[in-house]
Design a protein around this ligand. Sequence first.
Ligand SMILES: [Zn+2]
Length: 356
Amino acid sequence: MEDRIMRKSMFYMLLASIAISCSLLYLPQFTVKANALISQYKSMREEARKREEMSALDLLRYHEQKINEEEKRSLKDAIRIYMVEGLKSEDVKMEVDYYKHTIKLLFPDTKEDILDKYPIVGSTDHIDDMKVTASGEGLHVELKTDQLVEPVVEKQDHYCYVRLKDPHDLYDKIIVVDAGHGGKMPGTVSGGVTEKAINLEIVRALKPYMDAEKEVKVYYTRLSDKHVELEDRAKLANELKADLFMSIHQNAVGYKFNNVKGTQVLYSQSDKTKKSRTFAKILLENITREVKSENKGLIPGDDIYIIRTAKMPVALVEVGFVTNKEEQEKLLSAKYQDQVAKVLHDSIMQALKEGL
Ligand SMILES: [Zn+2]
């Protein structure tokens, strides 16, 4: 009986020692595999930690490296942001500052944690900086671009694509219209009337006429009573490589009301192509004929900053004299402003037709 127990235990001990020897044989391989898994896990955690510390732009760069060739093509010049159920492209609010090259986007009802599952991906080609923040309104995405771009928002599947386009890829012709002065710069002042206000009213009256021209895109230096530096006005036209640049002003002579009245148009005499003069001539002839203002002639205008620095046909229209009582009254009337606006529109269209 004891012998049997002895033999049995010897047998089990033998089995156990074989098992131990075998496992010892495989132990190194097991250890290698386990170590590999641990280091993989560690590097994933490390990457996740790094991503948490990354700026929105660094994250975009990180994801840009991971996208495949097909996605790369669809995301050329674009970034893609997930859109929550029910959100349409027209719900996305967009504010563009063409001077500062910034684009502010607001995705209503969108929470920041959606980005954990659907990060923003796309091309960083034109993006110098990106900020992503959340508020009670939704998700704010702010882009700073390296050049003037026109953002186009479109929805595809569950995503919003924000494409950063060269304006010339979108429009046949580009015009810059400038309402002179503004904000702390009133321009000429006569009898309590400021030039900046008349300039703005005329430009505002022009806008609906230009809006109706679908092949022509107009960028306005200002559409409100705000201050814009002269440098920025010219820079806008130059960066846009605008086809035409038109600035609206009012004239003055002396400080008291007097008899001098009429329309003058200034042009760039240093423009070798003479297109600036041709554009100015079209404007002067049309305005004086249509609103029956006195023709005060074409004036060389290189002394004026925006004329001197504009790299395209430029014309500065002095519509009338605020120092002439009769003309000031006309310039303040909505009817006259609209008549002038219509002639400005017709003149721009004529200039484009004539190949300027
Ligand atoms: Zn002026």
